[in-house]
Design a protein around this ligand. Structure first.
Ligand code: ADP
Ligand code: MG
Ligand code: ZN
Length: 603
């Protein structure tokens, strides 16, 4: 409704502008006065008229003093007849310059056509504006086929360089070569070397793929066209392909340059899988990318960078030699990388003396670069809220937990009974984690609500782990089940507080058996083929590649693993009852126990 009113107003404005232009065009610069016949003859007789030009039935009169006048006469009456009928002075008429103009000219046509043209123009304008509305503010109507790739300005002061990217050493080395190619491609082509066409950046979300691509452009100092895979896909079939064509055309014109396709998996998924109609368009787009990549020679100076966090779903045709044959993997940052990333993002943020970024790096295993950047930002916000001039270690520590577990909910008040149950629950998690040698050590226990959990136990590995063993998983299962077990043991019944623990444990147990081959009964094989299928917007995974009997065995094994874990937890809780009570007592008193205080309990 609002749009309709807006469109209407716009149409009226357009109408007013057009009529305005029309009237200023037809009126000459000087003001023309319309007069009647009597006055005209009077002026003729007084000798004031200098010139008359006849245009159809219209007489344009120029007076001796320069003023202009206009007059209409009857259709079949000539000017001579008019003078005669009104007894004009023949002597005076002789001195008047008379010219006869062609009836017509542009003003005549405008007069005749405008009544028809005007509604047409208004209608077109209305449709145009409505289309813009549908398209959204960003994309311009009638430009569907253009790629819409953003060209990053060259040589701008705040362009990203490799210095702004910490860690990912191998990736940087690989990409440094690309930069070299772009900077002086002659050096390589003289030796007959082929410049890579496509480089695919792979890594989990937030590892810095987009950042690194920007850094390549910044270092090489060449034009950088960036587009996201999802931008190719529009409502209209064929648009994606047109955009790809347009993008490559633009790039070829400004070679040497970089094309960056972010989130390649949005268009580059395997063809021929999936149900529903939407993938037709995607396939066409992908085909066009393949065609374009084959279409230019290796040494044309256009290098295509692409990024994805789902290399497993990409179409094999994209990965074959001659296309994205260079693959650069961005690993999750290890402790040294995390420290370096923190250093980069701590720049420009005043930090207190006691801030030790190494310590923070130790506390944040599994954090991606984006998480770390977010963490320091949260800490800055928190410090500002506390009216501090510097970011303190406490703020950073709190932000780590906030990023990991969600914000604290101090106002979420538990009743005494609930507090008691939560204290036992968390104490049990912590106790079992401490007692199982293969479990990660406890960093913090708390009964302050965070996110949706009533309390939490924070365990962190002592070092970055890339491989996990069966015994670690078994220990994790026992820790997860400790809360549930202790509720049953102490209070005689369980609460809903253990539900997410149980779900997590069940999921882990299933993966142990079906993915990692860690079940003795079922042996070293996987069960279920993970397949990417999109149906009505939902991903359907799992394709069963086993029979009914095995299904039953898997279920039995899951239950077995979980009941064993519960048994282990129960044993520990019973054996170390006094320690459990001690932890509970401190929790009820202080709400949180930090690592040092926790370890002191066991001394
Ligand atoms: P993605 O891999 O999902 O494309 P981005 O490149 O968009 O991740 O990274 C998001 C943000 O995280 C970056 O803007 C940057 O601030 C930060 N970041 C990620 N990795 C790094 C890194 N290696 N060094 C410095 N900052 C990083
Ligand atoms: Mg990205
Ligand atoms: Zn729990």
């Amino acid at each position: 409704m609002k749009n309709l009113v807006k469109n209407f107003i716009i149409a009226i404005i357009i109408f007013l502008v057009i009529t305005g232009i029309f009237s200023t065009l037809t009126l000459s610069a000087k003001k023309v006065e319309n007069i009647n016949l009597q006055k005209f003859i009077e002026q003729v007789n007084l000798g004031e008229v200098q010139k008359i030009s006849i245009e159809g039935n219209k007489l344009n009169i120029t007076l001796a003093d320069g003023n202009l006048e206009a007059l209409r006469k009857e259709t079949d009456e000539t000017l001579g007849e008019l003078f005669k009928n009104y007894n004009a002075d023949p002597e005076k008429i002789k001195n008047i310059g008379i010219e006869v103009k062609e009836d017509g000219g542009w003003s005549y046509w405008l007069n005749a056509l405008l009544p028809f043209l005007l509604p047409l123009i208004i209608a077109i304008a209305l449709i145009y504006y409505m289309m813009r509305q549908v398209q959204g503010a960003n994309t311009k109507a009638l430009m569907f086929g253009q790629s819409g790739a953003r060209e990053a300005p060259k040589n701008s002061k705040n362009s990203v360089t490799f210095k702004d990217v910490a860690g990912v050493k191998e990736a940087k080395e690989e990409l440094w070569e690309v930069v070299e190619f772009l900077k002086n491609s002659k050096k390589f082509t003289l030796l007959g070397a082929k410049i890579p066409k496509g480089v695919l950046l792979m890594g989990s979300p937030g590892t810095g793929k987009t950042l690194l691509a920007k850094a390549v452009a910044g270092e090489a100092n060449v034009p950088f066209f960036s587009i996201s895979g999802s931008e190719f896909v529009e409502m209209f079939v064929g648009v994606g392909a047109a955009r790809v064509r347009d993008l490559f055309q633009k790039a070829k014109k400004s070679a040497p340059c970089i094309i960056f396709i972010d989130e390649l998996d949005a268009v580059g998924r395997q063809r021929g899988t999936g149900l529903g109609g939407s993938h037709d368009e995607r396939e066409q787009t992908l085909n066009q990318i393949l065609v374009e990549m084959d279409g230019f020679e290796a040494n044309s100076g256009v290098i295509i960078l692409a990024a994805t966090n789902r290399p497993d779903v990409l179409d094999p045709a994209l990965l074959r030699p001659g296309r994205f044959d260079r693959r650069v993997i961005l690993d999750e940052p290890d402790i040294n990388d995390r420290e370096a990333i923190l250093k980069i993002h701590a720049k420009g943020k005043p930090t207190a003396q006691d801030v030790n970024l190494r310590k923070i790096a130790e506390r944040t295993p599994g954090f991606s670069g984006a998480d770390l950047a977010n963490l320091l930002n949260e800490a800055a916000i928190l410090s500002a809220r506390r009216n501090k001039t510097h970011i303190g270690m406490d703020e950073i520590r709190e932000s780590v937990e906030k990023v990991m577990l969600g914000p604290e909910r101090k106002s979420h008040i538990l009743s005494d009974k609930e507090r008691n149950i939560t204290a036992y629950h968390e104490a049990a998690h912590a106790l079992v984690a401490h007692e199982m040698p293969d479990a990660d050590p406890v960093h913090k226990v708390s009964i302050i609500s965070r996110g949706r959990a009533a309390g939490y136990t924070l365990k962190l590995p002592t070092e970055d782990k890339h491989l996990h063993s069966r015994s670690e998983f078994i220990a994790d299962l026992a820790v997860m089940l400790a809360g549930h077990t202790v509720e049953k043991e102490i209070f005689g019944e369980v609460t809903t507080g253990a539900s997410s623990d149980l779900r997590q444990a069940t999921r882990l147990a299933r993966r142990l058996i079906t993915e990692f081959g860690m079940s003795e009964k079922l042996g070293a094989r996987t069960f279920g083929e993970k397949e990417e299928m999109i149906f009505l917007g939902r991903e359907i995974h799992e394709q069963r590649d086993y029979g009914e009997k095995v299904t039953e065995t898997i279920d039995q094994e899951i239950s077995h693993l979980i009941s064993e874990a519960a048994k282990t937890a129960l044993e520990i809780v019973r054996k170390k009852k006094n320690k459990l009570e001690e932890i509970v007592k401190i929790l009820l008193e202080k709400e949180t126990i930090e690592k040092e205080a926790f370890e002191a309990i066991f001394k």
